[in-house]
Design a protein around this ligand. Structure first.
Ligand SMILES: C[S@@+](CC[C@H](N)C(=O)[O-])C[C@H]1O[C@@H](n2cnc3c(N)ncnc32)[C@H](O)[C@@H]1O
Length: 274
């Protein structure tokens, strides 16, 4: 990739991976002399069905604010491969337009004033949720990596509602322990950090008073690129962590949950035992 040219995001959701696969199969079939033209046509239609969905969701969803657009632009322009920030950071981590609008909607619907985010990255979802809060509302965003936290804070400073976001730098499990000890409570919690940590974060929330009565927990990447249900997929540590997390939810009588196939999967959880 020449200097200054930013690579487009990789496909990291089941629908974009499917669209990518179908595009490649169609491309190969176009060179196959003996391919059945009717079958190629059906494949093209399947490709268009898969590839067209996300752009259509984008145009049908309320536009993001200029501050969110600028934060997304800065995130895409940064070269994460040479960043001295924590290893494994990449532009694909950013939740983005449609999921950001869903999170804003959740804040409005739930009437939340106290939001906890576990895994902030460059701050797209934190800023989206802050935009939906009332003037006295707050997002407390946990982020392990000090450099990416600094990047996010610079973006928050340039936005109108950035003052509603407080950042806690360090391992989220330790931050949660401190918050629980300080009797803090949250109406909405968004979990989007290290996938092997998900089960622990949920237990910390359910074993403490951190989740306010009637509170909602939203959990990102619960489809994990299809790994939990694809037998032949190369299952990564994240894939098995999400498969175990999803399975554990179905046995937990304290909660009710629904997995929404938005991007890489968004699970909504509420307590039913209190
Ligand atoms: C998927 S990104 C978050 C994306 C963000 N919510 C958004 O929508 O743009 C995950 C973030 O979690 C952070 N993270 C990973 N492990 C963590 C931990 N143990 N405690 C706190 N943050 C962690 C990573 O540094 C990364 O920035």
């Amino acid at each position: 990739m020449p200097d200054g040219v930013v690579a487009p995001p990789r496909p990291v959701t089941p629908s974009t991976i499917l669209a990518d696969e179908l595009t490649e199969i169609c491309r190969q079939l176009e060179f196959a002399a003996d391919a059945d033209p009717a079958l190629v046509d059906r494949l093209r239609r399947s490709r268009d069905l898969a590839a067209g969905m996300d752009p259509y969701l984008d145009v049908c969803t309320t536009r993001e604010s200029p501050a969110l657009a600028e934060l997304a632009r800065r995130t895409r322009s940064a070269d994460w491969s040479t960043s001295t920030a924590g290893t494994g950071l990449e532009q694909e981590m950013l939740s983005g337009h449609v999921e950001g609008q869903v999170l804003k909607f959740l804040v409005h619907l739930s009437g939340a004033t106290r939001v906890l985010e576990i895994g902030m990255f460059t701050g797209y979802s934190a800023l989206a949720m802050a935009e939906a809060l009332p003037e006295n509302g707050e997002v407390l965003a946990c982020e392990m990596d000090p450099e990416v936290a600094h990047f996010a804070q610079e973006c928050f400073e340039q936005s109108e509602v950035g003052r509603r976001i407080a950042v806690a730098v360090g391992p989220a499990s330790e931050t949660l322990e401190r918050l629980a000890a300080a009797d803090r409570q949250f109406d909405l919690v968004f979990i989007d950090a290290d996938k092997p940590g998900y089960t622990g974060y949920l237990q910390q929330l359910l074993d403490s008073e951190l989740l306010a009565p009637g509170g909602v927990i939203a959990v990102d990447n619960t489809l994990m690129q299809g790994q939990p249900w694809l037998d032949d997929a190369e299952v990564t540590a994240n894939g098995s962590a999400i498969a175990a997390f999803n399975a554990a939810l179905t046995y937990d009588d304290r909660i009710e949950q629904v997995l929404i196939p938005l991007r890489d999967g968004l699970t909504l959880i509420r307590r039913v035992d209190r």
